[in-house]
Design a protein around this ligand. Structure first.
Ligand SMILES: Nc1nc2c(c(=O)[nH]1)N[C@H]1C(S)=C(S)[C@@H](COP(=O)(O)OP(=O)(O)OC[C@H]3O[C@@H](n4cnc5c(=O)[nH]c(N)nc54)[C@H](O)[C@@H]3O)O[C@H]1N2
Ligand SMILES: Nc1nc2c(c(=O)[nH]1)N[C@H]1C(S)=C(S)[C@@H](COP(=O)(O)OP(=O)(O)OC[C@H]3O[C@@H](n4cnc5c(=O)[nH]c(N)nc54)[C@H](O)[C@@H]3O)O[C@H]1N2
Ligand code: SF4
Ligand SMILES: [Mo]
Length: 701
């Protein structure tokens, strides 16, 4: 054991579980990561990423100086880092401020698009959207939540009026019955999966898993519904049909707390389990068993992930789950509710802070005059733009049509994470001005005009809000690499300079000495956070919002008395096919997602020792399909869709069903998003990353 000079308590930078970690530091290097046993949410547990994956902060390729493209102007080509020269902060920020000001004058504020970052802190994101709204004057601010839980958010907003996870991680230990669907929990929320497994093994909880793919959680399931991909609406509506037909629903709850039941009950009459069996491939008898198990439970929770949300029917899929919870009254109780497991470390926070095109911090609508007056006064802004802005997917489209003249991207990598990458690259080539603020030079930086070097979680103070709404501290443990600055400082400096370039006389207030001051401003403006302060978090640990006063303990589960929209609303749904089902030419379904060891576009984990464990892009293929195509485990194969082709190593396994291949999207040299389709859900605007048609061809060993 090496003896640490210092140990700094902070929050894991990877997933939404928000594990508390202790960084052991020797000579300004992280030498070990441990977890405190007495702290929620993880109580001493960590997964491999938290334990061994934070070494990316020391990688020699960290950005240390602002960079400016050598040949500024369009048409712009993809460049390596050699295509950029270093610049001072003064030069880089003045260039950005003057360009934004000029574009605003010439084309209007709505010609500027921005994304904030679910990797950055609440304070970074709050300040980012304040800059975008109060100085640039547009609501074109979104982030990766659009590519993630947008379907869940849209569905839960319609049904309940709130989209956060309703129950806490701590409640998982005492679950009675729960349903997991479209979530590979053991690889994507590993520490949560430990509590869920314990609930089954030690607590005797009953688990229903609905997933086309065998995951580790299916091994713990009492019932595994292995439905065909894309048939969720049919599956869950037929469970609702059973619950209504057999009168298993909670009449009292339905009467007191919901609306639209009779129309809904009528609409689902035709969704019999026998009808659903033909569509989903799940036996009617199993649908009945699962429906009875969920309905008869004293309390039951639903957990879900991208298999539900990332669909061109993501909103409908979510509504089909909300309908089940409303029918059975499984809401507003400890251990009972609806829980979209949040992915990024601070995706909950980036949304809460108003990093969305239609809402201010605290989810007040941008077109609500009262909310406008509130934030205009707070930010010293005469008039805030009342028109909801564009979503990420629409902003990327706008780059092509000329509607978008500049893009400011903080802590995202759309040129790995957007669907149909060839198309996305084409759009970025046509963009007149791109600013990228990141800790590394990634696939998106390659198209930037100006690159602003930011600090990682380990070098700054702030807060992240995890999947169960706990606001937790991020603490500075290491010095800044080179001249890199924390995101909030970059934004504040840019705010001052842009105001000057625009000749604005008022100031939205950009003088902060420490993120605690930014947090105090957030707490003073949004009732959900009013009772939370750095001092309190230091004393008590994470606090779950809503927390309206300093005496309030925070709220572990939501909806005990009512729903934010008043009554919960039933929605009758139609089952529809995915926009590109497999056919004779492209006979396999391509499903994309994650593996335990890697993170999204790989910017962080491929610069970590985790890359040694999982160094290469893979495709999972069923043994029967592999045999037909002459593919052996370890062979290289070409996977081709109508949009592109990649070469990857075959894993021959029964995890994915026959006719489906699974490719993780972490590897730039074989990017799954070269293949995916960019069709989106009409309401949530989320792409359907989980289904498109592909061919598979053996290339040999
Ligand atoms: N290791 C690791 N962990 C991560 C991340 C990471 O990159 N790496 N990313 C984080 C982020 S941002 C997110 S959003 C989460 C995502 O966490 P998950 O949603 O658990 O991740 P995915 O790999 O996308 O898995 C989706 C699951 O949906 C299933 N599925 C596919 N099609 C369908 C369908 O039609 N219906 C249903 N019901 N299921 C289907 C797949 O079989 C798979 O089990 O993970 C977070 N955690
Ligand atoms: N095919 C396919 N595509 C998908 C998905 C899928 O399942 N399949 N899932 C989608 C989902 S759910 C998500 S959430 C998106 C994720 O998409 P992105 O958010 O684009 O992906 P990340 O790779 O997490 O990008 C985060 C970036 O932030 C940088 N960063 C880290 N910390 C900081 C910081 O403190 N400050 C700043 N400024 N930068 C920082 C990292 O270096 C990295 O470049 O991908 C989506 N794309
Ligand atoms: S479960 Fe998530 S938060 Fe916890 S250590 Fe793993 S990646 Fe980090
Ligand atoms: Mo996500």
């Amino acid at each position: 054991m090496i003896k640490a000079d210092r140990i700094v308590r902070t929050t894991c930078p990877y997933c939404g579980v928000g594990c508390q970690i202790d960084l052991h530091i020797v000579d300004d290097h992280i030498v070990e990561v441990t977890a405190p046993f007495d702290q929620p949410p993880n109580f001493g547990r960590l997964c491999v990423k938290g334990r061994f994956g934070t070494d990316f902060v020391h990688h020699p390729s960290r950005l240390r100086m602002p960079l400016i493209r050598r040949k500024l102007g369009t048409p712009r080509q993809q460049a390596t880092i050699d295509g950029f020269r270093t610049a001072s902060w003064d030069e880089a920020l003045d260039l950005v401020a003057s360009h934004f000001a000029e574009i605003k004058r010439k084309h209007g504020a709505d010609a500027i698009a921005t994304t904030c970052s679910a990797k950055a802190t609440n304070e970074d994101n709050y300040l980012f959207q304040k800059y975008v709204r109060a100085v640039l004057g547009t609501n074109n601010c979104d982030h990766c939540a659009r590519l993630c839980h947008a379907g869940s958010v849209a569905g839960l907003q319609l049904a309940l009026g709130s989209a956060a996870m309703s129950n806490s991680v701590a409640e998982m230990l005492d679950l009675d019955t729960f349903l997991i669907t479209g979530s590979n929990t053991a690889e994507t929320h590993p520490v949560i999966s430990l509590f869920l497994k314990k609930a089954v093994q030690q607590g005797g909880a009953k688990l229903i898993v609905a997933d086309p793919r065998a995951t580790e959680m299916t091994k713990f399931a009492t019932i595994w519904l292995r439905h065909r991909a894309g048939t969720d609406v049919a599956l869950f509506q037929s469970m609702a049909n059973v619950i209504v037909t057999e009168k298993l629903y909670d009449l009292d709850f339905v009467n007191k707390r919901t609306e639209g039941f009779s129309a809904y009950a009528k609409a689902i009459q035709r969704y019999t389990p026998e009808w659903a069996e033909k569509i989903t491939g799940v036996r009617a008898v199993d649908i009945r068993r699962a429906a009875r198990m969920y309905a008869k439970a004293s309390v039951a929770a639903i957990y879900w992930g991208m298999g539900i949300s990332q669909s061109t029917h993501g909103t409908q899929n979510t509504l089909s789950l909300a309908n089940l919870a409303l029918l059975c009254g499984h809401l507003g109780k400890a251990g009972g509710g609806v829980n979209p497991l949040r992915g990024q470390n601070n995706v909950q926070g980036a949304s809460d802070m108003g990093g969305l095109p239609n809402v201010f911090p605290g989810y007040a609508r941008v077109d609500d005059p009262e909310a406008q007056a509130h934030y205009s006064a707070a930010w010293g802004s005469a008039l805030l733009n009342p028109t909801p802005g564009l979503t990420v997917t629409e902003m990327v489209d706008g780059a092509c049509s000329g509607a978008i003249q500049a893009f400011y991207i903080m802590g995202e990598n759309p040129l790995m994470s957007e669907p149909h990458l060839a198309h996305a690259r084409h759009r970025f080539e046509n963009l007149p001005f791109l600013v990228h603020q990141d800790i590394f030079f990634n696939e998106t930086s390659a198209y930037a005009d100006v690159i602003l070097p930011a600090l990682s979680f380990a070098e700054k103070d702030g807060t992240f809000t995890n999947t169960d709404r706990q606001v937790q501290r991020v603490r500075k443990a290491l010095p800044a690499p080179g001249q890199a600055r924390p995101d909030w400082q970059i934004i504040a400096d840019l705010g001052r300079r842009t105001e000057k370039a625009l000749g604005m006389t008022r100031s939205a207030g950009w003088s902060y000495n420490h993120p605690a001051e930014i947090w105090a401003e957030i707490a003073s403006l949004t009732p959900n956070f009013a009772g939370i302060s750095y001092q309190r978090i230091d004393r008590e640990g994470g606090i779950p919002w809503p927390c309206p006063t300093p005496e309030h303990p925070g709220t572990p589960y939501l909806f005990a008395e009512s729903f934010p929209r008043g009554k919960g609303k039933f929605h009758a749904l139609e089952y529809e096919l995915a926009p590109e089902e497999p056919d004779a030419e492209y006979p396999f379904i391509l499903s994309t997602g994650r593996v335990l060891y890697h993170w999204h576009g790989g910017t962080l984990t491929r610069r970590s020792m985790l890359d040694k464990v999982y160094p290469q892009a893979t495709v999972e293929i069923h043994p029967d399909d592999a045999a037909k195509l002459g593919i052996q485990e370890g062979d290289m194969v070409r996977v081709r869709s109508r949009r592109g082709a990649i070469e990857v190593k075959a894993l021959v396994t029964g995890r994915s069903p026959r006719g489906t291949v699974f490719v993780p999207f972490h590897f730039a040299e074989a990017a799954a998003n070269e293949l995916t389709i960019d069709a989106i859900d009409p309401i949530a605007k989320i792409p359907g990353y989980k289904i498109c048609g592909v061919q598979v061809e053996a290339l040999g060993a």
